[in-house]
Ligand binder design. Structure first.
Ligand code: ZN
Length: 138
């Protein structure tokens, strides 16, 4: 077993390995695999299988690539998009969890997300980021 791991380590030297983009592609691969369970049309399954094979080839190509500069550049372009989606999902989940206790407002000046107690009445809200004040009726 140890010998096998050493061989893998030697094989992977100088290769790119994995990154955020590859991890997301792998997750996408398994999501497609799961969705395929519910599709019974033979032609659609074949097309999805071809897409999965192409996706797997891309994942392996990126992981085993020796062109580290190019793979890093691809990942650098992907990470801001990934972070935007991740932040939106986290905020949406937080809004859902806090829906009984808090309200989420958007600052009209700087568009920052503000959290206020969910109490009826007119509230004067002060944005901690830009300092502007506005009134909001809940
Ligand atoms: Zn603001």
């Amino acid at each position: 077993m140890r010998n096998f791991l050493q061989k893998i380590t030697i094989f992977m030297q100088g290769r790119y390995g994995t990154d955020t983009l590859n991890n997301c592609l792998t997750v996408l691969f398994f999501i497609i695999w799961f969705v395929k369970i519910f599709i019974f049309n033979r032609l659609a399954r074949l097309i999805i299988l071809a897409f999965q094979i192409a996706l797997l080839a891309l994942i392996l190509f990126r992981a085993l690539s020796r062109n580290i500069t190019k793979r890093s550049a691809e990942n650098r372009k992907f990470v801001p998009v990934y972070n935007a989606v991740k932040n939106w999902c986290q905020l949406t989940w937080k809004k859902f969890k806090d829906r009984k206790e808090y309200r989420y407002l958007k600052c009209p000046v700087c568009k920052a997300q503000l959290r206020v107690k969910n109490q009826k009445g007119v509230h004067t809200v002060r944005c901690p980021r830009c300092g502007s004040e506005f009134e909001k009726k809940i």
